[in-house]
Design a protein around this ligand. Structure first.
Ligand code: NAI
Length: 350
């Protein structure tokens, strides 16, 4: 069913507040989730509400975090979120990075001891809206083999970069460092389909096509993606002094405990490099030139990263709201805090 944007956001916010979150954090959570859903990223939208609500109500999210901000140099700082919700602290961290970059050209802000941060291009696009290049990366729970291994070690550790143009467009690249999300394997399981070779491995580290035999996911592009995934963990985990690698907490292990995740936000001010005007104008030219590239067979055009998300937002507006499944709407309008439990499940929420 189609739900108007603001109604969906309000319903999500109500749930978080019913679970005990204060209004400011509930607002940030609902806004980022709605932002994801309206661009078709439902895996990071309304489907997550029930899980977050269960975690909040079971004490695994600090409701009144005693957060601290420490500026550690002219361009750097650490925001410790005391295991509060990831979204508000990732937002606050990017605001701090932007402030530092306005003053000194670059802002490098670690966000430590927080919960899940969702679709991380929300934060990089905050920087782009301020005329800066935004970079974010974040830790997620171990479910991916290191290249050549047979056991999960790293998470799907995403990386995002966004940059502004002279004409209001924002190029926004945001990807998990795995070939596929776990959700796609779940879809195949429930539909009784096999999965393509190269998505996942079994207990011996061998490629599998039977979704029931999946023991771990694999990184994009073999050893190169594995390296990228590790660098994300170094930048957003080891560097910030939070648990790293295979010690990163599982999303579903124990919902009464804080996750202690790390997340990194960087803002880069073009004014301190080639200059703001030149940067934006050159970016506009690059995007136009990409769109003008002759499409390959089977493709309608060359899109720049983030362009298709803009088209999906427009389609959402044209449709009068965001399309969500009926069951989720029923849950959102009900008095239930959560209906299905994710507590004490394995890394694949089973
Ligand atoms: P994806 O595979 O849908 O897209 C990856 C990138 O490729 C995007 O920037 C997209 O704009 C670009 N792209 C895709 N098709 C394109 C085309 N035809 N032309 C030009 N560009 C194209 O993204 P993925 O890897 O599935 O990640 C989804 C989301 O999950 C991201 O927002 C990510 O931040 C989030 N995530 C969050 C995690 C967390 O723990 N916080 C963990 C893993 C992922």
């Amino acid at each position: 069913m189609i739900v108007p944007r603001e109604e969906l956001k309000q319903l999500m916010k109500n749930k978080f507040m019913a679970a005990g979150l204060h209004e400011d954090h509930a607002e940030d959570m609902a806004e980022v989730l709605t932002w994801s859903s309206e661009r078709g990223l439902h895996s990071h939208g309304e489907v997550r509400v029930e899980y977050y609500t269960e975690r909040i109500s079971k004490g695994g999210t600090t409701i009144d975090p005693e957060w601290t901000w420490k500026q550690t140099g002219p361009c750097s700082g650490i925001l410790d979120g005391d295991n509060g919700c990831g979204y508000p602290f990732a937002i606050m961290g990017m605001k701090k990075a932007i402030e530092l970059a306005k003053e000194n050209g670059i802002g490098f802000v670690g966000v430590a001891n927080v919960g899940h941060t969702g679709a991380i291009s929300y934060y990089t696009e905050m920087a782009a809206k301020e005329g800066m290049i935004g970079f974010s990366c974040t830790q997620s729970d171990p479910m991916v083999i290191p290249y050549g291994g047979a056991e999960p070690f790293y998470g799907t550790n995403p990386i995002a970069i966004a940059a502004p143009t002279a004409d209001g467009r924002i190029v926004s690249f945001d990807m998990a460092t795995t070939v596929q999300a776990w959700g796609k394997i779940l879809d195949a399981k429930s539909a009784g389909r096999s999965i393509p070779e190269g998505w996942a491995v079994d207990e011996d580290g061998l490629p599998v096509t039977d979704p029931h035999k999946v023991n771990a996911l694999v990184a994009i592009a073999g050893a190169k993606g594995y390296g990228l995934m590790m660098m994300v963990d170094i930048l957003s985990g080891v560097l910030l002094g939070v648990p790293a690698g295979k010690h990163v907490s599982s999303m579903y292990h124990d919902l009464s405990e804080g996750r202690r995740l790390g997340h990194l936000n960087i803002a880069i001010n073009p004014e301190f490099f080639c200059g703001d005007k030149q940067f934006r104008e050159a970016m506009s030219v690059v995007l136009d030139e990409l769109n003008a590239v002759k499409p390959g067979v089977g493709f309608d055009k060359v899109y720049w990263p983030g362009e298709r998300a803009q088209l999906r937002i427009q389609a959402t507006k044209d449709a009068g709201g965001i399309e969500i499944v009926d069951d989720i709407y029923d849950y959102l309008v009900s008095d239930d805090l959560y209906r299905n439990s994710w507590d004490h499940k394995n890394r694949f929420a089973e």
